[in-house]
Design a protein around this ligand. Structure first.
Ligand SMILES: [Zn+2]
Length: 64
């Protein structure tokens, strides 16, 4: 029996070994991944808003 150590990668969520070219092992992990991406996007938006407010604050201070 010739069994090659096939190329594989690991699930981005739970770390389980999965076939190469896959990124996630199950529907559950896909859902978790989607939620994570959404949260990350929200965080990025929040950062933009924060930076915008800080800049606006500086602008207002420099005017008066
Ligand atoms: Zn997984």
């Amino acid at each position: 029996m010739v069994e090659k150590v096939s190329q594989h990668t690991h699930c981005h969520i739970c770390g389980k070994a999965i076939p190469f070219l896959e990124t996630l092992c199950s529907e559950e992990c896909k859902e978790r991944y989607q939620k994570m991406v959404k949260k990350r996007k929200m965080f990025v938006y929040a950062m933009y808003i924060l930076v915008f407010f800080i800049l606006a604050l500086f602008l207002v201070q420099s005017v008066f």
